[in-house]
Design a protein around this ligand. Sequence first.
Ligand code: BEZ
Length: 323
Amino acid sequence: MLFAVGSVGADRPRQLRLGLITPPPHLWTQSARAFGQDLEAHSVESRWLNQITLEVFPSGQLGNEAQMLQLLQTGALDFGFFTTSELANRNADFAAFYVPYLARDAEHAAAVLETKTAADILSGVEKFGLIGLGYGMAGMRQVVSRKHVESLADLRGQKIRVVPDRPLTDFWYFAGAAPTPIPLSVLYDAFANGQIDAMHIDFENTLRLKLYDHAATVIHSDHMMFPMVALASAKTWATFTPEQQTGIRKLLSTHLRHLRNSYVEADKKFKQELRTQGVTLLTANSNFFQAATQPWLNKWRRLSRYVDALSQESQALMAVGNQ
Ligand code: BEZ
């Protein structure tokens, strides 16, 4: 989709590109498109965006996240919305977001993403030739299983889909399962053809991708948050004037805040729609993943210097929320 942004002035027209892996209806893609439309609207009122257009490429049309990250580094791609998993594979600091039960729910997760520690983690992308523009997020993580599940013991030895990354692979390994990395784009087929027995996913994708088609149980566990990282190519960024940089940051931050907050209601709505589809939903309490939590923390607090700092900030937010 192409959004033409302004035509006033003598500056050279520029067509920028934003890539992401989520399909068109997904809230991340809707947010990217709204950002493009906002650029267009602002170009009418102000001259700083002269002749900039933004083309959004959803569904991994430009490649998977590893490939898109390389395109950003070379300046062949200008912007991208990425899972924290892709970044955690390069910089262990991002694993701090995967502390089990770091956030109680989507509202708490959105607040965690506004902390100073989250901002410090984001600044770590600069050494990769990237500019961190802020965080979005997906819904809280749940479990979708082919067979009926009541406890973690029922998932032992099962092939559980994880987003391809080290911290999540470890989490499921410590849970006694066989973690199997599968990207979102091929998840439905992997579940349908028996390559995996269950998956670590959210309500939104469970509903939109009809992942419940082959599931006996969806476990509402809220056991992890799942941030999105909005990035720009440092090469592209250096070509903007300071005024353009400030303006783009400001516009995008409004959309990212809206995206983060939208999951507070969206998670409830997607869950309700799954019920309407006749899906069996079970609720797991925070003891469900107890066996995996401590071993994961023991390992990852050594690998990511932000695990403890982010946990402390998150608990402080919880204390304020409980007052
Ligand atoms: C996933 O792979 O689980 C995922 C990717 C992007 C957005 C939400 C979920």
